[in-house]
Design a protein around this ligand. Structure first.
Ligand SMILES: [Fe+2]
Ligand SMILES: [Fe+2]
Length: 189
């Protein structure tokens, strides 16, 4: 499928923009907020059933690898830290579960030929991830900030960026596993 640029900066790929934006930050909270922006842009298109299927399919084609490039590093840096903290543990696990649901749905969408079912699944995926991102921004990240120090947030940021860079270089085509990306413990206290 041809790639359609949904952004105003059409000459740069969404992957290049994601990488450039991340390099501006050294705190994991800022990095994640920045990283959510292109996903939100694509979600708007994917969930809009007034748009043509072609437009939504192009948005999904960009969204699926970009989601992997966000979610896997997030799981393996921020969520790992949270699951090791008594006060943040539950939210970290909830994040993992929501990511797994989105992964399942992405796989189902890729196997769906019927256009009506495809449209319905893409809309549900868009709404699921939109809700997840909103919850992260409104609850998870503020809670994490309360229970972490600047040096923790920077260390986790370094891990996140390293994992993400690796994935972006592959265009999000490969799902990383903890064993081949190293399982650095991001906790510093
Ligand atoms: Fe997440
Ligand atoms: Fe996120």
């Amino acid at each position: 499928m041809k790639t359609h640029h949904t952004s105003e900066q059409g000459s740069k790929s969404i992957f290049q923009r994601a990488q450039e934006a991340l390099n501006k930050h050294d705190d994991i909270v800022e990095m994640i907020l920045e990283d959510h922006k292109p996903l939100k842009e694509l979600i708007k298109v994917m969930k809009d059933s007034d748009r043509s299927l072609d437009e939504r399919a192009n948005a999904f084609a960009e969204f699926a690898p970009l989601l992997i490039c966000h979610a896997k590093p997030e799981e393996q840096s921020l969520y790992i830290y949270m699951k090791n903290d008594e006060d943040l543990r539950e939210e970290g696990f909830e994040g993992d579960v929501e990511h797994a649901l989105a992964d399942q749905l992405v796989e189902e969408i890729m196997r769906t030929d019927d256009p009506d079912l495809w449209g319905a699944r893409v809309k549900v995926l868009a709404e699921l991830v939109e809700h997840h991102i909103q919850e992260e921004e409104d609850e998870l990240l503020p809670d994490f900030k309360k229970h972490s120090e600047v040096k923790d947030r920077r260390n986790i940021g370094v891990t996140f960026l390293a994992l993400k860079t690796k994935l972006l270089e592959k265009g999000g085509e490969e799902t990383p596993h903890e064993d081949n990306l190293g399982d650095e413990d991001t906790r510093t206290h």
